[in-house]
Design a protein around this ligand. Structure first.
Ligand SMILES: Nc1ncnc2c1ncn2[C@@H]1O[C@H](COP(=O)(O)OP(=O)(O)OP(=O)(O)O)[C@@H](O)[C@H]1O
Length: 509
């Protein structure tokens, strides 16, 4: 099916999120939408999926105008969307989830039974190379597999156009490769895909056509064989440094020391095993590893969201293991969480309020029990300008910001005060290339003022670009700590559990 968006305009108050956007998607095409944070990509997709009514413009399918009064209409017209935050029920099986995917309230669908869904999952898995067991429980699946369930759900509703809004943000590199292979298979079978991502190498790897949006307008089309630098320039409107420029570190005394730290979860599974780590003031320690090897729990233990089962945590020589989160924050710990919606923001608060969550009790922002509104507002406006947070008004709810701009709010808040220790987990997730450059430079600057930085990232490029030393985690243990210039191949072997010496020997052969 051929899809056309013609002159789509969508306003939020005085903000024009989409300004007369034209977009054509041919059958079987992988069409990448590229644009900075807040450019209007998600808004456009929400219009296409019937979630927003456009103020102007129309959607055409095979040349005929259509009107969607909600996602049910879009689905009936053959449009499917896989959201970043899946809405699957943990205790259901894969087949049950797919069966549930039908919208029984809509006349276009009957409810299919679980048996049919079971067959469908098997068929789709075989046809497109999905690795999905219809009987598996959702809660036992990796994020990548859960995403495949969402894709099967969309296909089971006969989607001919599939919208993937930043599908790789939550995937491991291996899962990303699998998803890209699946996208190619789907496109070869005639499904069109609208693909949103900030990762330029993915765009280069799969896109047949690339449309670039800036501040709500289409600025042009980029050739699929454009270099990353060319794509970045077109997106941001200036040239972007894709490499981090930094001086060698000047490490000071040990800021963070972990000794024999172990963590056994409620199901008696050992998640962290005898972690010993030291991070000095003025250095960035990167933690590399395939997601799910204990990194998340480690960062949560550092902040105080979880208690270790055994072991000690010292900050500047003082044990903080018994200190609650609030106290650790007051003691100079900054935290950029991997799950920004759950741990990073308070959804019902404004942008300005979210920007002082870690400091609202300080005399700068409050007097006794009352907040100083002017100071909170001024702080927000300063950080907005400094961190280039794109928004219309700092008093608006944080949920009206685009995903990448919400991330920038968290980064700005955590870096707006003097820190002893910064724990940054996936700090540039969902952030555009221009802002990645900025955030990377800020992290280096933070280091250079003497902060100890623990960086967790599933992007090996990011770990290598920023770290002074790299600790590799595998199944809850530190496999080894290596210098930043360690080759990718050695890191890759260590991430698969190969001990450091052995990995280095293999590399030397
Ligand atoms: N419900 C809303 N109310 C007010 N403004 C909104 C709302 N939703 C989006 N916006 C604004 O519309 C603009 C476009 O946002 P959108 O989410 O479409 O950007 P995006 O290109 O998807 O960005 P990102 O790459 O960060 O996800 C932003 O300025 C955003 O703040």
């Amino acid at each position: 099916m051929k899809l056309e968006l013609v002159g789509i305009t969508k306003k939020f108050g005085s903000l024009i999120a989409n300004d007369h956007i034209d977009l054509e998607v041919e059958p079987g095409q992988i069409h990448a939408l590229l644009g900075e944070n807040g450019a209007g990509k998600s808004t456009l997709m929400n219009v296409l999926y019937g979630l927003y009514d456009p103020d102007e413009g129309e959607i055409r399918i095979d040349g005929k105008p259509v009107r969607f009064n909600g996602p049910g209409d879009a689905v009936a017209a053959g449009i499917g969307m896989v959201h970043q935050h899946f809405m699957l029920v943990p205790v259901f099986t894969v087949a049950e989830s797919v069966a549930l995917g039908y919208e029984p309230t809509h006349p276009a669908f009957g409810i299919i039974n679980v048996k049919e869904a079971h067959r469908l999952v098997e068929d789709v898995s075989k046809r497109f190379g999905f690795d999905l067991d219809p009987k598996a429980k959702i809660e036992d699946l990796t994020v990548g597999a859960q995403q495949r369930v969402e894709i099967v759900k969309a296909l089971s509703r006969k989607a001919e156009v599939l919208i993937l809004d930043e599908p790789t943000a939550v995937l491991t590199p291996a899962e990303t490769d699998e998803l890209m292979a699946i996208m190619r298979e789907l496109a070869a079978a005639g499904t069109s895909i609208v693909f949103i991502t900030h990762k330029l190498r993915e765009v280069r790897a799969v896109a047949d056509k690339i449309t670039v949006i800036r501040r709500g307008k289409v600025v042009g089309e980029a050739a699929p064989d454009s270099t990353e630098a060319e794509l970045a320039t077109m997106m941001v409107g200036r040239s972007v440094m894709l490499k981090v420029d930094k001086e060698p570190p000047a490490p000071g005394p040990v800021t963070l020391a972990l000794q024999n730290l172990s963590y056994v979860n409620d199901d008696q599974v050992t998640i962290l095993e005898r972690i010993n780590l030291e991070v000095q003031a003025g250095e960035i320690l990167g933690i590399a590893g395939v997601q799910g090897n204990g990194q998340t729990e480690l960062t949560e233990i550092l902040l105080g969201l979880r208690q270790p089962t055994t072991g000690t945590i010292e900050l500047d020589g003082e044990s903080i293991v018994k200190h609650p989160v609030r106290r650790r924050v007051d003691e100079g710990l900054g935290f950029i969480p991997e799950d920004r919606i759950r741990d990073g923001i308070v959804s019902k608060f404004s942008v300005a309020e979210n920007l002082v969550l870690n400091q609202y009790r300080s005399s700068k922002f409050s007097r006794g029990l009352s907040i100083k509104p002017k100071a909170v507002l001024e702080n927000a406006e300063t950080l907005r300008d400094e961190f280039d947070i794109r928004l219309s008004d700092v008093t608006n709810p944080i949920t009206t910001l685009s995903g990448g701009n919400q991330q920038k709010v968290i980064v700005a808040r955590e870096m707006s005060r003097h820190l002893k220790l910064l724990v940054a987990s996936q700090p540039t997730r969902g952030v555009d290339v221009g802002s990645i450059e900025f955030i990377h430079n800020r992290i280096v600057k933070e280091r250079d003022t003497g902060t100890a930085v623990v960086l967790v990232s599933s992007e090996l490029d990011e770990i290598q670009a920023l770290s002074d030393r790299i600790a590799v985690m595998y199944r809850g243990r530190i496999v080894g700590i290596v210098p930043a210039h360690t080759p990718n191949s050695v890191l890759g072997l260590m991430m698969a559990g190969v001990p450091m010496e052995e990995a280095m020997q293999k590399e030397a052969q």
